[in-house]
Ligand binder design. Structure first.
Ligand code: F6P
Length: 541
């Protein structure tokens, strides 16, 4: 749609409905409607979503779906899958869904057969991964590769790092992965510690191949390798993932060992393509393809399921409901899986770099809050840290609980205990405990108010059979499309990230002031000038 969605009839209807519903408690909603839990459960692929513990009724869902329709969501989904240039500020198609389209599907965008290109790169990645994993590809001294170090940042780090942690039990060929991202030298120093250059392969991952952190770390890695094995070893120990062949060659990596992607893949949407090379080297091409199949299942669901039964659509609309009508600022993501400990960090870039915008796609200021703040930690650790605020604090923090039925290992029934905690938490958050219930247990009167659990705290529960490549792909695609739904309703461009550029440029401009003999005369502001002077003094400069 064009225009301001907050002025639409659908938005106004939701605002009115919110006034009616805001005072109602989940206890009442459940008491009134015995079929609620069953009706508010749906599946997509292997994922089961229970959204009955949300502060919604069937009417809310209808009104939210009407809002999505008003925002032109259906047409916009098709525009994405068709390869229209929906990333308007960069005039690009947005086609991460093509990274997991099965071979043979016809998709020609801007004159290019996108599916064929994707499968050509996947084929090259697979052939390379097979060579490394079978020990045919060897380092310069003839030893096999046992460690892959991915050097990249943002989308060129968070995706493969998160997925490697999630799936490392599938690393079956004696190839482990490490991830270096930060310009803080501690990162590369720590990650190189204990490694043998002769058995280490560096994957330099950067869409642009101009990112300061990545190129600086790559140079340190190169010096480390050349110092041990000589200049000629670089070809056997460095490969690149990038869209920029010229810069890769300039760095000294043979472009025959470069795996490409395209400007229609955003960095934060890229780990299911060549940016996932380090993951593929560890878990193998077959498992990687199972992960892609998982992504694709949710893509199909997103594209075809009716909105009211469409998991990403519903979860995206619930994000709108809490952000724009309840005034919630954040959404907690709480995976009850230690292996998903990097999932919240991964989601932070995916969601916040995408939807942290204050002008619409048309360049006009937005008129409603955008960009939920995503954060979280795995359960049960979070329970002993910040859940107090979730249960009894003054802020409303909707939360996504994610659990898996089958464990990898189960010692002393620990896995069941883990999930008992998940289910208990969502129940306590929803239903709480009243003053009467607490007093009825013989609690001293003065303590009762402290022990009251208000409840009415909304949660989604997402349950999958087991954490596998297939289910991980489904989970990630789910959140990618949630971002899309929210961005569409807010009318913003979820696929650019202009806001990160200024800080990068200023850091480069400031760097000489920190190191040079004489500080420059022009500081950006008086506070920064004082800080830089204090820093130089501490550094004895
Ligand atoms: O800091 C912003 C950003 O451009 C991200 O969008 C991107 O994922 C990251 O930097 C890394 O970029 P590149 O892959 O080009 O090195």
């Amino acid at each position: 749609m064009g225009g301001d969605i907050t002025r639409s009839h659908e938005w106004t209807a939701l605002a009115k409905h919110h006034e009616e519903l805001a005072g109602r408690h989940l206890r009442e909603l459940f008491a009134e409607d015995p079929g609620r839990a069953g009706r508010m459960t749906l599946t997509a692929g292997d994922l089961l979503l229970d959204y009955s513990k949300h502060r919604v009724t069937s009417e809310t869902v209808d009104l939210l779906v009407a809002l999505a329709e008003r925002a032109g969501l259906r047409e916009r989904v098709e525009a994405m899958f068709r390869g229209d240039h929906i990333n308007v500020s960069e005039d690009r198609a947005v086609l991460h869904v093509a990274l997991r389209t099965p071979p043979g599907a016809a998709l020609v965008v801007d004159g290019q057969d996108v599916t064929a290109d994707v499968h050509e790169v996947l084929g090259r990645m697979s052939a390379f991964a097979d060579r490394v994993r079978s020990r045919e590809w060897r380092g310069a001294t003839g030893q096999p590769i046992t460690t892959v170090v991915n050097i990249g940042i943002g989308g060129s780090d968070l995706g493969p790092a998160m997925a490697y942690e999630a799936l490392r039990d599938y690393a079956d060929a004696g190839v482990q992965a490490r991830f270096v991202s930060n310009i803080d030298p501690a990162d590369i120093t720590g990650n190189l510690a204990g490694l043998d250059p002769a058995t280490t392969l560096f994957v330099i991952s950067s869409k642009t191949f101009t990112t300061l952190e990545t190129l600086t770390n790559a140079k340190v890695a190169r010096d480390w390798l050349v110092g041990a094995l000589g200049e000629d070893a670089v070809a056997r120990h460095f490969v690149a993932v990038s869209t920029n062949a010229a810069k890769v060659a300039e760095f000294g990596i043979d472009t025959a060992n470069m795996f490409g992607f395209w400007d229609w893949v955003g960095g934060r949407y890229s780990y299911d393509g060549a940016i996932g090379l380090s993951l593929m080297l560890a878990i193998g091409p077959e498992r990687f393809r199972e992960m892609l199949a998982g992504f694709h299942v949710i893509d199909e669901h997103f594209r075809s399921a009716p909105f009211a039964a469409n998991m990403p659509v519903l979860l995206g609309l619930l994000g709108i409901w809490y952000s724009n009508f309840f005034g919630a600022e954040t959404r907690a993501v709480l995976p009850y899986s230690q292996r998903l400990h990097r999932f919240p960090a991964y989601l932070q870039q995916l969601t916040m770099e995408s939807n942290g915008k204050s002008v619409g796609a048309d360049g006009e200021p937005v008129t409603a809050a955008t960009g939920e703040i995503f954060w979280g930690e795995p359960g049960t650790n979070g329970q002993h840290a910040f859940y107090q605020l979730l249960h009894q604090g003054t802020r409303l923090v909707p939360a996504d609980f994610i659990g898996f039925a089958e464990p990898f290992e189960d010692r002393e029934g620990m896995h069941d205990l883990l999930n008992a905690n998940l289910f208990a938490q969502t129940s306590a958050l929803a239903f709480g405990r009243t003053a009467e219930e607490i007093a009825g247990e013989g609690t001293p009167a003065g303590l009762v108010p402290h022990k009251v659990m208000p409840g009415n705290r909304p949660t989604s529960t997402i349950l999958a059979p087991k954490l596998t490549p297939f289910t991980l792909g489904q989970l990630v695609a789910l959140y990618e499309h949630i971002v899309f739904v929210e961005g569409t309703v807010w009318g913003i461009d979820s696929f650019d990230q202009w806001g990160v550029e200024l800080g990068k440029k200023m850091a480069l401009d400031l760097a000489p002031a920190l190191t040079a003999e004489e500080p420059p005369v022009a500081f950006p502001d008086p506070s920064t000038e004082r800080l830089v002077r204090a820093y130089r003094e501490l550094r004895g400069r």
